[in-house]
Design a protein around this ligand. Structure first.
Ligand SMILES: [Zn+2]
Length: 357
């Protein structure tokens, strides 16, 4: 080693850098390549996002009866703008996937009201019920609110759209849908969560489950958490446990999603942990019904959770505590058998409710 350093000191140029005839890159070509890579990143993200929305649509429209107050009308199309992309990508999303700052039809589902009425992908939504739609990050929420308001009074929704410079009006008789929007996170984790208002799916999960049926199982489970109001109940239960000593804010962060967090008091921990395991079982049970009611094949569902448990034990949670026990899989198999039997005997696919305890 000492010898090499000494040699380098004598022949500095030879030792300071590479010694082969490596490639030299034209800066113009490098910029062009960077642009290409950015385009691929945008296209891939968008395809994954549209897939998640498409797989979720029948789950959310066939189970609205279980979503309580969180039900809104849908035309059966996915509306979006470039605010779903990270800031550094937005300058090219219009060219690559047709998404700019304006709210546009990004996807139309087969046989949906929008499909039947002739709306098209790319149509810009200018107004709903005569009220202009803003071109910002809140456009999607605004559109949902306006459609809901008009539907309550008129029983239909009027969309004013712009297509090739032409302004057109469409009157839609919408369908009910669970109002828990799904967002695709760019993170490569194999995970998903529900926070009581929305659902978040990580891209790692969409890659891990290339088959729609498998992705549908996860989405159904997460929808079940939201529909059954597990977050609210979990926080309440944690508070009851917390009377033994812990503070509410710590509990809320533990029950909430994303960062996780730690209970400071054993009493609170026991309160929340116990319920979270029961809620997971309920989300498994209700989720399988949601999936079957949406028309998906549930026969492989237990195996999907088995794969998740082996490869990503931390994944798919509302809290960071998912049951990965043998008992869980037996419960899943039992639920699948219960649903299959109802199907075979033409009994409506209604989950057996106990009314809570
Ligand atoms: Zn769960």
């Amino acid at each position: 080693m000492k010898k090499l350093v000494l040699i380098c000191l004598f022949i500095l140029t030879a030792c300071a850098g590479p010694q082969s005839r490596y490639y030299k890159v034209d800066p113009g070509l490098a910029a062009e390549e960077a642009r290409k890579q950015k385009e691929i990143a945008i296209t891939d993200f968008w395809q994954d996002n549209l897939r998640v929305q498409r797989v979720a649509y029948p789950i959310k429209t066939n189970n609205w009866q279980y979503c309580g107050d969180a039900v809104v009308p849908t035309a059966g199309m996915y509306l979006a703008n470039f605010h779903l992309f990270s800031k550094n990508l937005r300058d090219t999303t219009a060219d690559v996937v047709g998404m700019d700052e304006h709210l546009r039809v990004a996807q139309i589902y087969q046989n949906s009201p929008a499909h039947k009425q002739g709306l098209r992908v790319g149509d810009r939504i200018i107004e709903i019920n005569g009220t202009p739609i803003p071109s910002n990050a809140k456009a999607m929420v605004t559109a949902t609110r306006l459609a809901n308001e008009q539907h309550l009074t008129n029983n239909h929704v009027t969309y004013t759209i712009k297509r090739n410079g032409q302004q057109l009006n469409y009157t839609i008789n919408p369908l009910p849908i669970c109002n828990f929007p799904i967002f695709l996170s760019g993170k490569q984790e194999i995970n998903a969560y529900a926070d009581g208002e929305k659902m978040v799916v990580y891209r790692g999960l969409t890659r891990f489950f290339p088959q729609d049926e498998n992705l549908a199982l996860i989405l159904s489970h997460e929808l079940a958490h939201n529909a059954m109001r597990h977050i609210d109940a979990l926080q309440q239960n944690a508070m009851v446990g917390g009377l033994l000593g812990a503070t509410v804010d710590i509990l809320a962060s533990s029950a909430g999603v994303g960062t996780g967090g730690r209970f400071s008091q054993a009493g609170a921990q026991m309160g929340a942990m116990r319920y979270s395991q029961d809620f997971e079982r309920e989300a498994d049970y209700i989720g399988l019904y949601f999936m079957a009611r949406a028309g998906y094949n549930i026969s492989e569902a237990a195996n999907v959770w088995r794969r998740m448990a082996t490869l990503s034990p931390q994944g798919i949670s509302i809290a960071k505590t998912h049951p990965t026990t043998a008992e869980r899989f037996i419960g899943l198999e039992q639920t699948i058998a219960e649903i299959q039997s109802k199907k075979a005997n033409n009994i409506p696919l209604t989950p057996e409710m106990t009314g809570g305890s």
